[in-house]
Structures are given as C-alpha cells and as structure tokens.
Design a protein around this ligand. Structure first.
Ligand code: PSU
Ligand code: MN
Length: 307
C-alpha cells in the first residue's frame, strides 16, 4: 500500500528543489486558538517561515489523505470547521480509514512530517505531564513521540497548566534532548523562565542542526525538543498568569473534563480569563519559533546537501 500523502503545490515544488521545509501542526488552529485569530496566526506563521528562507507545511488529515501543506482555502476551511477531530498517534490511522477531517497534535504532526521526510517542526507549546498525573495518569503522547520520531520540535517550552518538573523528568527518562535556546532556564510558554534549569543549552541554529544530524548518525531514534523563550516584549509574568491557570484547573476538575478534552479546555479558559491578552503573546511566541525552525531547517538542508 502506498503512503496516503498529499503535497500542496508549494510543498511539492520545495521537495523537487530540495528546499528546507518546516512542518506546522493544525491542532493549534482547531483546538488551540479561537477563530478568526487562529487562521490569521496560521497565515502569519507560514509567512514567517517563508521570510526566513524555508517553506511551511501545515499538516492535517482530510479525505483519506495526510495533507502536507494546505492551500489558503484549505487553511481557511479548517480554521472555521466545527467538530474537527484532535488526532494523536492513536487516532491517525483510524481517521484516515474513515475519511474524517482531523487536526494533528505535536505527536501526530511529527509522525506525518517524518513520513514526508521533514525534520523540523515549529509550534507553540507541547503537551506534557498534567498536574495530578499521579492519580489521573494524564501524560501527553507528545512526550513518547519525541523519543521515537526523528523530528526536531521548536516550542516555547510548555505551559504551566502542566506539571513542568514532572514533564522534564519524563523527557529525561525517555532520552529526549531538551535544549533551551540562548539561556539556561527551561521556558514556560508565556514566561521566559519556568524557574527550572533546562538539561541542555544551545546558542545557535547551527549547533541544533548538527545535534539533530548526529543523533541520526549514532542511530539514536527520536527527536529533540528545542525550548525557545518568548520574546521579552511579549512576555506575561508568572504572577499574572498563574491565578488564571489555577482557576481554569479548578474548573476542569469540577466539570469532570478528561482525556483529550483537558488541554483544549484549559487553553480556551485561559484565553477567556486573560481577556485575550494571552493570545497576543501566543502569536508572538509562535512566530519566534517559526523563525528559529526555519533557520534550523536551512542548516540541516545545507549540511545534508554537502554530505
Ligand atoms: N499546548 C499548547 N498549545 C496547544 C497544544 C498544547 O500550549 O495547542 C496542543 C498541541 O497540539 C499538543 C496537544 O500536541 O495540544 C497536546 O494535547 P494532549 O495534552 O491531549 O496530548
Ligand atoms: Mn492527555
């Protein structure tokens, strides 16, 4: 059976020419931000990748196909569609088999990117170990994917809706390199620091690209998590954001929100509770990640071409 991959015209050209490509996820569009800011942001992120010398490939499942790159119309439709499934590793094949429309999480986007030969992926925040995981067992499949699939993921760390120390412990157990970019601390999405030291630090896209390629040379499976701090001007202090996070968490428990619904519920409530303030920061950090991911993709493409 051939792989059910469908390339957008722009990505097909990039592949033929061997241009650097950056994968982008679609759950951030359907479940991570409200319409119309979700579509506007997705467009800005794609433009930022192009402005930095790479080609964006937003990934989603439609009509029995893994779409690698969406046209402007497809992006618009996805951003407004109701009831789009949120797909992680467990759901990908089922969605393709039934022909439903699905948005890919970090885990599913990594799988699809790898199938399409794309090694770099930019997003906002990754899933992780939820607070209270010692009783709920709620640990995102994103973490195991980073251990299995050779894609470098650029994110602004993880949101403090998660248990960040436990998230770092699980990543260490799984053998995932967690690399803070340009600082020692692991960033916490809206805040530049989580107060926790990142296991690794790198200060250039070149070094990150070299480390990515070296894992392949060594035959180590899995990718890398690059934790890129939000630009200072867009930062929201932990003191400001934490009460909203606590309120959203209490609400999630009292409403019995579980499984796949937990992360989208918390993201939605925090947008509401910060009256949109979190959204501007979210957009700034995703753009910042797109920029770094494009640089890493270019470095990897240059080195692969020379080899
Ligand atoms: N965290 C964010 N923004 C997001 C997500 C997580 O700050 O949009 C999305 C990503 O698609 C991520 C997914 O892969 O939620 C994780 O969901 P879960 O916790 O159910 O694995
Ligand atoms: Mn979960």
């Amino acid at each position: 059976m051939t792989l059910p991959l469908h390339y957008s015209p722009e990505v097909a050209v990039a592949r033929a020419k061997g241009l650097p490509i950056v994968a982008l996820e679609s759950t951030i569009i359907t479940h991570g931000m409200p319409f119309p800011q979700n579509v506007e942001t997705a467009r800005l992120v794609e433009a930022e990748v192009r402005a930095n010398g790479a080609v964006p490939a937003t990934i989603a499942i439609m009509d029995h196909k893994i779409h690698i790159g969406l046209t402007a119309e497809e992006l618009d439709q996805l951003g407004q569609a109701k009831g789009v499934a949120k797909l992680s590793r467990a759901d990908l094949a089922a969605c393709l088999a039934t022909g439903g429309t699905g948005a890919t999480t970090v885990a599913a986007t990594m799988i699809c990117a790898d199938l399409a030969g794309i090694s770099v992926f930019a997003t906002g925040g990754i899933g992780g170990v939820h607070r209270g995981a010692e009783t709920s067992f709620d640990i995102s499949a994103d973490l195991r994917e980073l251990a299995e699939t050779p894609v470098t993921v650029v994110a602004a760390g993880a949101k403090a809706i998660l248990d960040l120390p436990k998230t770092l412990e699980v990543l260490e157990t799984l053998g995932v390199p967690v690399i803070a970019y340009g600082q020692d601390d692991f960033p916490a999405f809206w805040s530049r620091s989580s107060g926790l030291k990142a296991p690794l630090r790198m200060d250039s896209a070149t070094t990150i690209a070299k480390a990515h390629l070296m894992r392949g040379t060594l035959g180590l499976p899995g990718g890398q998590l690059v934790a890129n701090p939000i630009p200072p001007a867009a930062e929201i202090s932990r003191d400001e954001i934490l009460p909203h996070i606590e309120a959203a968490l209490v609400e999630a428990v009292s409403k019995g929100i579980a499984a796949k619904s937990v992360t989208p519920f918390l993201l939605q409530r925090i947008f509401e509770l910060t009256e949109g303030r979190s959204l501007a920061s979210n957009i700034a950090l995703v753009l910042n990640n797109a920029r770094l991911a494009a640089q890493i993709a270019r470095e990897i493409a240059d080195r692969t071409a020379k080899a």
